[in-house]
Ligand binder design. Structure first.
Ligand code: GMT
Length: 388
């Protein structure tokens, strides 16, 4: 808690729709409000993990307007104006934005609008802002600006820090704050009814949950499952929606897997769904952290995936899951079968997954962010340009 025991007024901007960065930002905001801070979400819609009313939380929706002279609706400018308005109206102490584009850049713009009323900006990098968008020369220098103008920059894994350093060599060191999971809310629960509905003959359930973007390698998920199902009666639960969904339907159809693959679409009951699963499949091509892996592990679900990006910082190969190189679907299927055919080995991995998840528990990481806010507010008085 800041200001000598008094709560801070914290602005948070993030993507409100499906995605790990929005999930982390929202869970952080909720936890900060529980600790007595006043949290103002400045967003394009109600954050999907916000849940029911909670004291200390405010949501400010960015409204956009279009005019015939403009090529497109100026969302980013409207966001910057909204940030400035909320900072001023609610006398915010700090603005914490999640994702470099557009949030870090808009936060800088908002501060410029405020003149002497500038507040510290903290930017958390989540992954694709660096690993995908910053690879585009059109966006690279805009992202660089967002990073350089932030008063502190955090990233969700060492892998992401290394990639950011390689690309931008920022003057101010990037701070590592791993993502977290609320291990009280995320734990394995009996899901007898659902389980019976999905797997009436008690078949093991493999699960994949994502925003179905190309980096998630949905075709690999289905190929792994096909190989598993050829040897073990099993079901695959696909949770989420996105650009690769149609292709996934087609592949399932072509491989004649329709009876065993269930497309659930977007769902909120993440912990309950994960509790249904025996294994999580995460064969991503890029993954700066893999929040879903952590949430699955908290629910005692071992992970079979790629050892790419930040995933090995979360999942320990041979302990809480198995990791392979990109595209090694045969190997991933073999690992899955090993765990599915040996229930006592699965139980050991399941317990170890839960133990591993406890190392990423929410209170500790929220402390890290709170301490960073404190440092920023102290340093601001001394006038240092950034905190690292
Ligand atoms: O995974 C996605 O495609 C969503 C994306 C996002 O921007 O919300 O997730 C990124 O941030 C998550 C939270 O920090 C990380 O757990 C994901 O690994 C990261 N995704 C990628 O790096 C592809």
């Amino acid at each position: 808690m800041g200001k000598g025991g008094i709560g801070l007024r914290i602005g948070i901007s993030c993507y409100a729709t499906l995605g790990g960065s929005g999930a982390v930002a929202t869970e952080l905001g909720k936890a900060l409000a529980k600790r007595g801070h006043e949290v103002h979400f400045i967003v394009s819609g109600i954050p999907f993990r916000l849940g029911l009313f909670q004291e200390g939380i405010y949501v400010h929706e960015v409204e956009t307007a279009n005019y015939p002279v403009l090529q497109s609706t100026p969302y980013d400018l409207a966001l910057a104006a909204k940030m400035a308005e909320v900072i001023e109206r609610y006398d915010l102490d700090i603005l914490h934005v999640h994702y470099a584009i557009p949030y870090a850049v808009c936060a800088f713009l908002a501060n410029e609008m405020l003149g002497d009323r500038k507040i510290p900006i903290i930017t958390t990098l989540h992954g694709t802002d660096i690993t995908v968008l910053a690879q585009d020369p059109l966006l690279r220098d805009v992202i660089r600006l967002g990073i350089e103008k932030s008063h502190a920059v955090t990233a969700v894994s060492q892998s992401l820090i290394d990639q950011t350093n390689e690309l931008f060599s920022p003057k101010c060191p990037i701070i590592k704050v791993y993502n977290f999971v609320d291990t009280d809310a995320y734990h394995r629960t009996e899901q007898i009814g659902w389980r019976h509905h999905i797997a009436p003959n008690d078949e093991p359930i493999l699960l994949h949950m994502s925003n179905f973007r190309a980096v998630k390698r949905i075709p690999d998920v289905i190929s792994i499952f096909r190989r598993v199902r050829d040897r073990v009666a099993a079901k695959l639960l696909l949770v989420g929606e996105g650009p690769e969904l149609d292709k996934a339907w087609k592949q399932v159809d072509e491989l004649d897997l329709k009876r065993d693959v269930i497309f659930l679409g977007k769902r909120d009951e993440v912990a309950s769904l994960l509790s249904l699963a025996d294994l999580l499949l995460l064969p991503s091509a890029k993954e700066s952290f893999g929040l879903v892996a952590l949430e699955a592990m908290a629910c005692g679900v071992p992970v079979i995936g790629t050892g790419i990006g930040g995933i090995p910082e979360v999942v320990e190969h041979g302990v809480s899951g198995y990791l392979t190189d990109l595209g090694e679907v045969e190997k991933m299927a073999d690992y899955a079968i090993t765990l599915l055919q040996d229930r006592s080995l699965w139980q050991i991995f399941s317990d170890q997954a839960r133990t591993r998840a406890l190392a990423f528990s929410l209170p500790e990481k929220v402390n890290d962010y709170e301490q960073l806010y404190e440092r920023l507010l102290t340093v601001k008085k001394g006038g240092a340009p950034c905190v690292g």
